[in-house]
Design a protein around this ligand. Structure first.
Ligand code: NI
Length: 227
């Protein structure tokens, strides 16, 4: 197995729509090696997931690494369907966009259908962080990056994010769950304008890590924030 080189923002492979993997290629030693190498690469980089275009292979293959007990899972030709309208807002990163984080709204519960590495049909219902991660990875298959979906006002370098906290009032409300239903119970469109910070929030607290409501705020190498 090998650790593969990750394509970074600006490489055209990240903006291509990837091709489905013909199921007959599931016996191809080259494809089997790719599965193994993607698994080793996502483990080495401690990512939440990895999509084949990120390793310069424009095929519809993702590896999901959000189940510590189960280990990385290969999903071939994944298709996502949304199971509800509830949105989760979390800070995402990407192995192809090093050191940056930004808030993205994603559907909190999804189903992913596809094939496993043996070619067996696979259908998984995922919630929370796993649901976020699989949406992020499947976006890569369509040439979409989290930057395209993020609230740009929250975009931050990881060091600054750790130092000053999120530039996003919805993360600073003292433990209130982050995210919530889509506006008006509608679709998965991110909120257009996050609420202003409470006027009585001391600036130091508003900016400080201690004031974060933290569960979806998954940061950094060593935590499964990137994919
Ligand atoms: Ni990514």
């Amino acid at each position: 197995m090998s650790i593969l080189r990750i394509a970074r923002l600006g490489h055209p492979v990240l903006r291509r729509v990837a091709e489905p993997l013909p199921p007959e290629r599931l016996d191809d030693p080259e494809i089997l090696r790719l599965f193994d190498d993607m698994i080793e690469t996502v483990r080495e980089s401690e990512g939440a997931g990895l999509a084949a275009p990120q390793v310069h292979v424009p095929l519809r293959i993702v590896v999901l690494n959000t189940d510590p007990a189960g280990g990385p899972l290969v999903i071939v030709n994944p298709e996502i369907s949304f199971l509800d309208n509830h949105l989760l807002r979390s800070f995402e990163g990407c192995l192809s966009v090093p050191d940056l984080r930004a808030a993205v709204n994603r559907v909190g519960k999804v189903r992913v259908d596809g094939l496993d590495r043996e070619g067996q049909s696979l259908s998984l219902d995922l919630e929370g962080f796993s649901a976020i991660a699989v949406q992020h990875e499947c976006d890569h298959l369509d040439g979409v990056l989290f930057l395209d979906r993020c609230d740009l006002r929250t975009l931050a370098f990881l060091d600054e994010l750790r130092r000053f906290g999120p530039l996003d009032p919805s993360f600073r409300r003292g433990g209130e769950p982050v995210g919530g239903g889509a506006p008006g119970g509608g679709d998965a469109t991110p909120e257009e304008s996050p609420p202003e910070p409470a006027p009585d929030t001391p600036p130091a607290e508003a900016a400080g890590a201690a004031a974060w409501s933290s569960p979806p705020l998954l940061l950094g190498r060593g935590s499964p924030a990137e994919g």
